[in-house]
Design a protein around this ligand. Sequence first.
Ligand code: DX5
Ligand code: ZN
Length: 220
Amino acid sequence: MKHPIIAPSLLAADFGNLERDVKMVEASEAHWHHIDVMDGLFVPNISYGMPVIQAIAKHATKPLDVHLMIVDPDRYIDTFAGLGAHNLTVHYEACTHLHRSLQHIHSAGMKTGVALNPHTPVEVLSEVLEEIDLVCLMSVNPGFGGQRFIPRTYEKIKALRALINDRGCNTHIEIDGGVTLENAASLLEAGADVLVAGSTVFRSENPTGTISRLASLSLP
Ligand code: DX5
Ligand code: ZN
């Protein structure tokens, strides 16, 4: 039986106890640390930057799944490679020359991710699918944790899964925003294989147990 990749979003961690929370994820059944970088321009919020990511990296052995919600992300691709990012996800809406950005990420030694805002159809990735290791479907408008899941995402997952299968790619489909213990199984059923979870993990009574429940779900 195959299981999903679970990526707890550290945006929902207690920043006063970041080392503790990173170590909790390390000791759990989670697979990646999801790291949300916001610039106050691409999204209305500002999260954290390089020094905080360095602090996270110091305590992390699991891969860093970095989600850039910033304009013109090309400026920082080499910087994030230097910080030890494993996956570097840029927004389709923030890249004028997406193909070039993806080549840059690969040549810097990282896996490529492309995130799509809720309003962006999955078909826009058709011509670059072979260059993408992970598509991050935003199931909320990016910028904040703790928002409500947008149900239309199910249709996007199915359409993207069909596109990926049709092309024989093994691109991951990651869902980011409003993932809960209630909707996780149906997201996997629709074709997702990576779940990001912020509030669901860090606001729960037992974050390690919540991660374990998500990680034990099965892929169809
Ligand atoms: C939102 C971020 C998410 C966020 C998810 O812009 O990309 O990764 O942390 O938070 P939850 O799981 O609380 O919706
Ligand atoms: Zn994210």
